[in-house]
Design a protein around this ligand. Structure first.
Ligand SMILES: NC(=O)C1=CN([C@@H]2O[C@H](COP(=O)(O)OP(=O)(O)OC[C@H]3O[C@@H](n4cnc5c(N)ncnc54)[C@H](OP(=O)(O)O)[C@@H]3O)[C@@H](O)[C@H]2O)C=CC1
Ligand SMILES: O=C(CO)COP(=O)(O)O
Length: 314
């Protein structure tokens, strides 16, 4: 596919916004503008020439960013890419659902995959997924970000794509606990394998395709995040297993660990919609100081015995 030069504005100067900016610069025909709340330029000026904007803010920045953009009369042809991995505490909606609700006529594209920003910043090879109901918009974003170090796949299940990246953050906290307690590879394999149907149960309830969870944005991101101390969510779990307090861990991280908020929202959602999320429930109890890491493990091991696949009907 022939790439046409595009003007891209990235909103959010955090770790992920900076990394995405660097990835897009690999294609030298693109013009990249990075905007953050500290920029001297106004957001209106920053997006004035944009064909595509990328929201790389954390979950708590999604609504404030949308409100700022709603004050500007944006074109309905502007492609909006969301790279946030979180759930809205007020509505339990995903970021793409919030963006689509705010800008119903604009094409919305989700970008999500196993993309630890520290590895991307080193120029190591990685792959990701861009997903949209508007396949032309997804192809435009695919050609903007594709390079010899970043392989970008297309997909038409945006909710599934972003839920893979969002829900694995909860499991990454559990994986950090598992490694922090030195429970071994058997335990870790069991944890991650059982996490996948749990993620799929939530995803299908919210309208995602189960297959999406076997791709890069699901299983791929689960593997990356649950097996790397570069993951902030993993480090939350690891710290808790070492007896550190959550507040202290988050201060030391000095950066976003979306899994903490996502766990709280997910448990709210799971209670309302009666979805079985046994691993997330233990993470929730641990994060909220109701149990110790050891008790979380014991609770999972003591669950009622069952068949391996009796809760998946696909
Ligand atoms: N780092 C990574 O490896 C990856 C991160 N992600 C996801 O990207 C998102 C951002 O992560 P990351 O950049 O690492 O986080 P950082 O903690 O490095 O940065 C936080 C980002 O959120 C923005 N933000 C925070 N609060 C607000 C607010 N109230 N209003 C507007 N913007 C706000 C900041 O904007 P500002 O710059 O204006 O201060 C900044 O861009 C998360 O959802 C994360 O899960 C996805 C893939 C990889
Ligand atoms: O989403 C990520 C990698 O794909 C980043 O993980 P953390 O937010 O846990 O650092």
């Amino acid at each position: 596919m022939k790439h046409k030069a595009k003007y891209l504005t990235i909103i959010g100067g955090g770790l992920w916004g900076l990394s995405l900016g660097n990835l897009a610069k690999h294609n030298q025909e693109n013009t990249i503008n990075l905007w953050s709340r500290n920029s001297h330029e106004t957001l209106e000026l920053a997006i004035i020439r944009a064909d595509v904007i990328v929201s790389a803010v954390s979950m708590k920045g999604v609504r404030p960013t949308i409100e700022k953009l709603q004050e500007i009369n944006i074109s309905e042809t502007l492609i909006i890419v969301t790279a946030t991995k979180g759930l809205d505490p007020e509505t339990t909606h995903t970021p793409s659902q919030i963006w689509q609700g705010a800008f119903p006529h604009n094409p919305i594209v989700v970008l999500s995959g196993p993309n630890l920003s520290k590895e991307i910043q080193k120029g190591l090879p990685a792959a990701t997924v861009v997903s949209s109901y508007n396949i032309n918009a997804a192809e435009t974003v695919q050609s903007i970000f594709s390079s010899d170090i970043f392989r970008v796949y297309l997909n038409n299940d945006p909710i599934g794509t972003e839920l893979g990246g969002t829900l694995k953050n909860v499991i990454a906290i559990a994986a950090g606990v598992c490694d922090g307690l030195q429970l071994g590879i058997n335990a870790k394999s069991a944890l991650l394998t059982r996490a996948l149907p749990e993620m799929i149960r939530v995803g299908t309830e919210l309208g995602a395709s189960p297959e999406t969870f076997f791709g890069l944005s699901g299983l791929g991101d689960l593997m990356a995040t649950c097996d790397s101390p570069l993951s902030r969510n993993y480090r939350v779990g690891y710290g808790l297993a070492q007896g550190q307090k959550l507040d202290q861990i988050l201060i030391e991280l000095g950066s976003t660990a979306e899994g903490v908020n996502t766990t709280n929202v997910l448990i709210d959602l799971a209670k309302k919609q009666k979805i079985a999320v046994p691993i997330a429930r233990q993470v929730y109890r641990l994060l909220n100081g109701k149990i110790t890491p050891q008790e979380a493990v014991q609770s999972l091991m003591a669950r009622e015995l069952k068949s391996e696949f009796d809760d998946l009907d696909f």
